[in-house]
Design a binder for this molecule. Structure first.
Ligand SMILES: Nc1ncnc2c1ncn2[C@@H]1O[C@H](COP(=O)(O)OP(=O)(O)O)[C@@H](O)[C@H]1O
Ligand SMILES: [Mg+2]
Length: 323
């Protein structure tokens, strides 16, 4: 097997809270190939952002990587020094945050903000090269060059989010983590941004982790899908395998709602995932409280991974049974 761009192995991340350690990410493993895109999908609180922030080593001060590895271009992100991480962060791995468009500086022209993003990481570039890079980034995210001299308030929300994407691409990263990059936007603009993301990802052969609570969005842009619930990944596979032959009852619920309620897609925005330490699921399958197939065995312990194909695996005691 070729080396993946990123290989996350058994990653667990906990938050220290007044009532003890909240294990927000519990033994998660996945790979991202160069040019590939993994959609991490699951309801609010299931640990998606914590994974992204953990990989960027931007976790809150009460968080700790409890175990696991994240090998990226030959280095383990969980153990590299903070000094080394400063060289990797934004240059080799960059992240787009939800509603980041509201974070642009209102008093600077967008071209200056992009230029600053480039110069911060590549101080030796000539001003000519910086201007050239800015124009090609705008081209990539489909903002007309004539808008480079505008201020953020002259842009719509969708345009500003494109500027944020351009800034995330400014240093030619090989991995980009997009955390709900379109959630704050209306559906039409969302589709345009997803198109722009698809374009740069192909043109730059970049690896991407695309985080969303919306399976429909993930299904649109990703080559692989990882379904998460309560800090665990419960299914992982090629996009088409997960959508066509979902092996986990939770994934089947998501895919089912995608198919039957076209006006109400599998949008998990309003749902909140339990945490792995919640007494109702502690020690057992993370999905046991909402799963129609849950049995005593599911309450006793979490299943091992079952391979449904070389590229598709599921974590369910009942995988392989007829439904
Ligand atoms: N700073 C924090 N301190 C304590 N718990 C946190 C903190 N940040 C997030 N959490 C908890 O970690 C879990 C995962 O959160 P998060 O990664 O933000 O989920 P998602 O991005 O999937 O919505 C949730 O239970 C959340 O309440
Ligand atoms: Mg989140």
């Amino acid at each position: 097997m070729t080396t993946a761009l990123l290989e996350v192995d058994n990653l667990s991340i906990g938050y220290r809270t007044a009532s003890g350690i909240n294990l927000a990410v519990d033994g998660v493993s996945f790979r991202v190939e160069r040019g590939g895109s993994l959609g991490l999908v699951g309801e609010s609180g299931c640990g998606k952002t914590t994974i992204g922030m953990g990989l960027m080593r931007l976790l809150a001060s009460n968080a700790r990587i409890v175990s696991g590895q994240a090998r990226f271009e030959g280095e383990d992100l969980t153990t590299v020094s903070e000094e080394r991480m400063r060289q990797i962060r934004w240059r080799r791995i960059s992240m787009i945050f939800q509603a980041a468009m509201n974070a642009l500086n209102p008093v600077h022209r967008v071209q200056d903000q992009i230029a600053e993003a480039i110069i911060t990481h590549e101080p030796d570039l000539s001003s000519h090269a910086v201007a050239h890079r800015s124009r090609s980034l705008f081209d990539l995210v489909k903002i007309p060059e004539s808008r480079l001299r505008d201020y953020p308030h002259q842009f719509s929300g969708g345009m500003r989010q494109r500027v944020i994407i351009a800034m995330a691409l400014a240093c030619n990263p090989s991995l980009i983590i997009a955390d709900e990059p379109t959630t704050a936007l209306d559906v039409i603009v969302q589709n345009q941004i997803l198109d722009a993301i698809g374009t740069f990802q192909k043109e730059m052969n970049i690896g991407m982790i695309f985080i969303s609570h919306d399976l429909a969005v993930v299904a649109d842009v990703c080559t692989h899908i990882g379904v998460m619930h309560a800090g665990s990944m419960v299914e992982y596979g090629l996009r088409q395998e997960v959508l066509d032959c979902p092996g986990h009852p939770y994934t089947r619920m998501l895919v089912g709602s995608l198919l039957t309620l076209s006006d109400e897609p599998a949008d998990l925005a309003g749902l909140v995932s339990p945490t792995p330490n919640e007494p109702s699921i502690s020690g057992g399958c993370p999905v046991q409280t909402i799963c129609p197939n849950a049995t005593a065995a599911c309450r006793r312990g979490q299943a091992d991974w079952v391979a449904l194909s070389r590229t598709h695996r599921v974590r369910c005691q009942h995988a392989g049974e007829q439904h």
